[in-house]
Write a protein that binds this ligand. Structure first.
Ligand SMILES: C[S@@+](CC[C@H](N)C(=O)[O-])C[C@H]1O[C@@H](n2cnc3c(N)ncnc32)[C@H](O)[C@@H]1O
Length: 212
């Protein structure tokens, strides 16, 4: 089944309407461990400028901003419902200029070349329309030496109840690793961490050049 192949999955790939609003709150409740894994692998420094793609409810964007003393946590998501929910959740940080929330797709990131030190996406890569080209677009907005973390939900063995489709996660991880290499990322490493009964698998790579 394709990512868009059922109504339920469609709401995770692009939340819409009232159901999408509820799905956003569900993600904020359920995905904390996965998102913390991504932030830990980013190793944020006080002045970093970081981009999240597919911020959903915006909870992780808020946490990223709190790990920065200065710098910026910017987010891009193509769901208008999620853009409203995230803007509401982060309203104080937005007023302080520490968070930016934009609505748009990963294939055309509305930022200039080399705008960010780091970028990440959690439970999102599987929805990207053109993985290698989209990763090249992420690479464009990273400075040389900048870091990318893609965190993907997976399971060690097939699950009986698998609403989040974690059973196919490890093959998704391998596709992400290959696509990152094809898009010109270097020093690619895969890290697994327990997230409840599931795994949070982070594929970490670096844009060539510059300091890591
Ligand atoms: C399953 S949700 C995950 C949300 C959040 N990262 C989390 O882990 O809780 C996927 C999010 O990525 C967004 N998304 C999917 N494909 C996208 C694309 N091509 N460009 C931008 N955002 C995208 C969706 O709108 C949705 O908010």
């Amino acid at each position: 089944m394709s990512a868009q192949g059922s109504a339920g999955l469609h709401q995770f790939g692009r939340p819409r309407g009232r159901v999408g609003w509820l799905v956003g709150h569900l993600m904020a409740l359920k995905n904390d461990a996965m998102n913390r894994a991504a932030l830990d692998h980013l190793d944020l420094q006080a002045g970093d400028r970081v981009l999240e793609i597919g911020y959903g409810p915006g909870r992780t964007l808020k946490q990223a901003a709190r790990r920065l003393e200065r710098g910026l946590a910017a987010g891009l998501d193509h769901s208008e419902v999620m853009a409203r929910q995230a803007a509401r959740r982060c309203r104080r940080l937005i007023r302080q200029g520490r968070v930016e929330v934009k609505c748009g797709g990963v294939s055309e990131i509305p930022y200039a070349d080399e705008s960010f030190d780091k970028a990440y996406a959690v439970n999102c890569f599987q929805f990207w329309p053109s993985p290698v080209n989209d990763l090249r677009e992420v690479r464009r907005v990273l400075r040389p030496g900048g870091r990318l973390v893609l965190t993907i939900r997976a399971a060690e063995r097939p699950l009986r109840f698998d609403l989040a489709r974690a059973s196919g996660g490890l093959s998704r991880v391998e596709r992400a690793r290959q696509a990152m290499a094809a898009a010109g990322f270097e020093d690619i490493a895969v890290h697994r961490r327990k997230a409840g009964r599931l795994l949070a698998v982070s594929v970490v790579g670096r844009r060539s050049g510059g300091d890591a």
